[in-house]
Design a protein around this ligand. Sequence first.
Ligand code: HEM
Length: 216
Amino acid sequence: MTFSATLRTETMDDHQVANGAEFVRVLFDQRLSLAGFAALVAQHYFIYRVLEEATDAMADDPVAGPFASPELRRLPALEQDLAHLYGPEWASIIEPGPATVAYTERLREVAFTWPGGFVAHHYTRYLGDISGGQAVGAVTERQHGIVDHAGTRFYVFDRIPDRKAFKARYHELLNTSPWDEAERERIIEESRIAYRHNAAVFTDLERHLPQYLVAS
Ligand code: HEM
């Protein structure tokens, strides 16, 4: 089995937990208000601010650098989304929840100095965004009648016209990176940690769910 296949298989349970969250269910049932969606975008902003700072720090690393494709960058889209969803004062309105803070602390611990740790976190977020994340963007736009991706730019990868080919190349990069078995194991474990942080962010948001539901 290739490393990318092992990584996907060994994180399958964690993926299941993250995408089985109540918050996600409510979103796919089209019961999440735009304010509820905005709260998710706000948490993404705090996470990607650190993840993309780590990307800059790793840009010249011979192993991690090739993963850091500029076309993945999400921060400009998140800033546009937040300005649309919260208005021009967005930066003084949004706050990270406790799970988001814990997630960014983990990123600071591992993603700035350990190339494999960076890749584990990079993979878990960006490959998710160009996979299942696409369905999140689509259902949100449909439910709220969003046009021109106003508030949902995060899910639009303008510079990646062929997501399938992009993913194949990314998997190939995972498979050809010079990691021994022990390092591969550590990367899988770090990806599982990344999934758990993402699930915890949903759990945080779920505490506010009653105020984020559309009237039925
Ligand atoms: C929101 C609900 C979610 C749905 C419906 C969903 C669905 C999917 C689907 C269908 C795939 C496979 C796509 C393909 O093979 O082309 C996938 C892949 C993936 N998802 Fe999710 N997902 C969700 C949430 C998440 C979350 C929260 C994360 C982590 C932050 C995540 C991380 C990933 C990763 C890393 C992959 C790529 C696996 C690989 O090919 O190596 N997903 N997702």
